[in-house]
Design a protein around this ligand. Structure first.
Ligand SMILES: NC(=O)c1ccc[n+]([C@@H]2O[C@H](COP(=O)([O-])OP(=O)(O)OC[C@H]3O[C@@H](n4cnc5c(N)ncnc54)[C@H](O)[C@@H]3O)[C@@H](O)[C@H]2O)c1
Ligand SMILES: O=C(O)C[C@H](O)C(=O)O
Length: 266
C-alpha cells in the first residue's frame, strides 16, 4: 500500500543550500525511495522569483514521489500541517563575521517561524535548524513553539565533526574511515573545542595516536602567519592551534569567498 505523503517545510528554500537539497528531498534521498512528500518552500519577497524557478524545476522533473509543492513567502501558509521542518532561512555569515553576529537578524526570524509552527504544524512535527547560530536558533524555536516536543527539535552541528575528520585526513594523507575518536566539545561556534587528544588512526602496525604522528613532520610551511605562530608557540602547539581555528571557523569557506560562505554540498 502506498504511504501517506509527509509534508516537508524548507525555509530559505531559494538559497544555496535550499537549491541543492530541495530536489534531493523530492527524490526520496531524505525519507527513502518509497516515501511520497509534499514540499512547502518558504522564502522572502526578494527571493520570490528564485523560489518560483525552483518550483518550475521540480515540475519539469516530474518526480514520482513528489505529491505537491507550495512555494510561498507567507510563513503561515508554509507551516500548515508540516511534519518535518528544515530551517535554512536567514542571513548567512559573511567573511568577517562570526556565527554569533547573526543573532540579531536570525533570532527574530526564528521567533516568528516558531510561532507559526506552534500554531499550524502537525503536533509531532520534527524540526532541524541549520541557519546560524544554529544552536541558539533551535533554543529560540523551542521557547516559542512549546507544544512541539523538545526531543523533536535539533540543530545541525555534525559539520564540525566532519570538518575535524577532514582536516586530520588531509593532514596525514589518510582516509577518514581510518580515523577514530574525534570529539567536538561545545557548540557550533568559535568557543568549541575540537579534541584530538584521543584520536588514533589505523596503520599497518596497528592504531597510532594522531598527536604523536603530526609532531614529526613539516606541515604548515609556506604560510607566513602559520610560521609566525610556530615560532611563537612551538611547532606542536601551533599545529593544534591551527587545527582548532580551522575547525571552529570553517576556513575553507573563507577561502571560497562570501557567496559560497555556507556549506552547500558538505
Ligand atoms: N549549522 C550548520 O552546520 C550550517 C552549515 C551551513 C550553513 N549554515 C547556515 O545555513 C543558513 C543557510 O545557508 P545558505 O548558504 O543557504 O544561505 P543563503 O543566503 O544562500 O540562503 C538563505 C536563504 O534564506 C532566505 N531568508 C532570509 N530571511 C528569511 C526569512 N525570514 N524567511 C525565510 N527565508 C529567509 C534568503 O532569502 C535566502 O534565500 C545560513 O544561516 C548559514 O550560515 C549552517
Ligand atoms: O560558518 C558558517 O556560517 C556556515 C556553517 O555553519 C559552517 O560552519 O561552515
Amino acid at each position: 500500500m502506498a504511504k501517506i505523503p509527509v509534508t516537508v517545510l524548507v525555509t530559505g528554500a531559494a538559497g544555496q543550500i535550499g537549491d541543492a537539497i530541495v530536489p534531493m528531498i523530492a527524490r526520496g534521498i531524505m525519507l527513502g525511495p518509497d516515501q511520497p512528500v509534499i514540499l512547502h518552500l518558504l522564502d522572502i519577497e526578494q527571493a520570490a522569483e528564485s523560489l518560483h524557478g525552483i518550483r518550475m524545476e521540480l515540475t519539469d522533473a516530474a518526480l514520482p514521489l513528489l505529491k505537491g509543492v507550495v512555494a510561498t513567502t507567507d510563513v503561515v501558509e508554509a507551516c500548515k500541517d508540516v511534519n518535518i521542518a528544515v530551517m535554512l532561512g536567514g542571513s548567512p555569515r559573511k567573511e568577517i563575521t562570526l556565527r554569533k553576529h547573526m543573532l540579531s537578524t536570525n533570532v527574530s526570524i526564528y521567533k516568528a517561524q516558531a510561532l507559526a509552527l506552534e500554531e499550524h504544524a502537525a503536533a509531532d512535527c520534527k524540526v532541524l535548524v541549520v541557519a546560524n547560530p544554529a544552536n541558539t536558533n533551535a533554543l529560540i524555536l523551542k521557547q516559542f513553539a512549546p507544544s512541539i516536543p523538545k526531543k523533536n527539535i535539533t540543530c545541525l552541528t555534525r559539520l564540525d565533526h566532519n570538518r575535524a575528520l577532514g582536516q586530520i585526513a588531509d593532514r596525514l594523507k589518510i582516509h577518514i574511515s581510518d580515523i577514530k575518536n574525534v570529539i567536538i566539545w561545545g557548540n557550533h561556534s568559535t568557543t568549541q573545542y575540537p579534541d584530538v587528544n584521543h584520536v588514533t588512526f589505523t596503520t599497518r602496525n596497528g592504531e597510532r595516536p594522531v598527536r604523536e604522528h603530526v609532531a614529526d613532520d613539516h606541515w604548515g610551511h609556506g604560510f607566513p602567519w602559520e610560521c609566525i605562530l610556530m615560532v611563537l608557540m612551538g611547532f606542536h602547539l601551533a599545529l593544534f592551534t591551527l587545527f582548532l581555528l580551522n575547525v571552529r571557523k570553517g576556513n575553507g569557506q573563507l577561502c571560497r569567498g562570501s557567496r559560497l560562505m555556507s556549506s552547500r554540498g558538505q
